[in-house]
Design a protein around this ligand. Structure first.
Ligand SMILES: *Cc1c(COP(=O)(O)O)cnc(C)c1O
Length: 361
């Protein structure tokens, strides 16, 4: 059977060359006579797989030497807890920029471990825009500032990093836009990204953390909750999800082979433009977020009624356009057009939108 156009929000579409290489390597990797999933995580073959994955991440994003690259389980959701467990000392406050469902979950988890302060919230606009950075009100000397760079559910995205008080680490959940554009790692204290949107399969999180923050967590934390464990043991304290790390490495290699982050960003901008232009030109479909906050990864839009939204998604699905239903908390439609989503998929969606509009307006 042919593959469909996959607009799933996560886990999402993966690059075809990566899937084809994985097919081979599941059977027999590097002429070793066994597949990637069957290798010891302490053996030579996997040692190279994880070292290559880290090296690809470092060269793609220009990660400075004073940052560790870690592979951690538990999804981005576990980072909602690990970040405050490690970086929020007793008596201090962590500042959160709330721009949607994920940052809200992150701050709620942080409150279990210490004081938090909402320095910005998009609640006033029902999270349909990223509020202006000059409306941020930081607390006095926060332990860190946390933001969500791309809001997967509402379809908004920070264009650039907000200003942060001098010396305060910026912590970013980049789960749905990591490696979709160049990133200046030196502006951050810690970056985390669940892999299943832009980087690979679910079950693994890429964490990039500055050396001085690796060691600040209390040594009394559970071993698996301390960043220092992963830094000291090169993410091999216990058996990691070897297959997931392998796929992340292959996806990063694919990004390099296709021109790196600047080329990726150019393709993502072109792809998103095709879709946003179609929405703007239509009197039938409407974008749901402010134009200055539009995400290049998750494009949210609506038809005139909820009933038509449902019909649109059902008919699209029949035509091989999968995963277009918006998140239950946002409604409408959402096309997730991550790195691996080909422009041809976006064009097929736009063609279907025009056809549906003609039939239903
Ligand atoms: C998907 C997503 C998460 C949750 O990731 P899990 O791996 O399911 O824990 C967190 N933050 C953002 C921005 C996401 O898109």
């Amino acid at each position: 059977m042919e593959r469909v156009h996959n607009f799933n929000a996560g886990p999402g579409v993966l690059p075809e060359p990566v899937l084809r290489q994985a097919q081979q390597d599941i059977w027999n990797i590097a002429g070793s006579g066994m597949g990637i999933m069957e290798h010891s995580h302490r053996g030579k073959v996997f040692e190279k797989v994880i070292a290559d994955a880290e090296a690809e991440a470092r060269s793609l994003a220009g990660i400075p030497d004073n940052y560790r690259v870690l592979f951690i389980q538990g999804g981005a959701t576990q980072q909602f807890a690990m970040v405050p467990m490690n970086l929020l000392p007793a008596g201090r406050t962590a500042d959160y920029l709330i721009t949607g469902v994920w940052s809200d979950k992150a701050v709620k988890e942080a409150r279990k471990f210490g004081a938090t302060h909402t320095a910005l919230t998009g609640e006033g606009s029902k999270f349909t825009e990223i509020p202006a950075p000059d409306t941020i009100r930081y607390s006095d000397r926060p332990a860190y500032v946390h933001l969500t760079t791309n809001n997967t559910i509402y379809g908004t995205q920070w264009r650039t990093e907000p200003p942060v008080p001098a010396g305060v680490p910026l912590v970013a959940d980049t789960s749905s836009d990591m490696f979709s554009r160049p990133i200046d790692v030196s502006k951050y204290g810690l970056i985390y990204a669940g892999a299943q949107k832009n980087l690979g399969p679910s079950g693994i999180v890429l964490v990039i953390v500055r050396d001085d923050l690796v060691e600040v967590g209390p040594a009394t934390l559970p071993t698996m909750m301390q960043y220092r464990t992963y830094a000291k043991e090169k993410s091999l304290h216990n058996t990691p999800p070897t297959m997931a790390i392998y796929v992340v490495g292959q996806v990063l290699k694919w990004i390099r082979d296709t021109g790196g982050l600047a080329a990726m960003a150019a393709r993502n901008e072109a792809k998103a433009k095709v879709l946003y232009d179609a929405i703007d030109e239509s009197a039938f479909f409407k974008g749901t977020v402010a134009s200055n906050s539009r995400s290049l990864m998750n494009v949210c839009f609506r038809s005139p009624t909820e009933e038509l939204d449902a019909r649109f998604c059902a008919e699209a699905d029949k035509k091989g356009l999968a995963g277009l239903k918006g998140h239950r908390s946002a409604g409408g439609m959402r096309a997730s057009i991550y790195n691996a989503c080909p422009e041809a998929s976006v064009r097929a969606l736009v063609d279907f939108m025009r056809e549906f509009e003609r039939a239903n307006r």
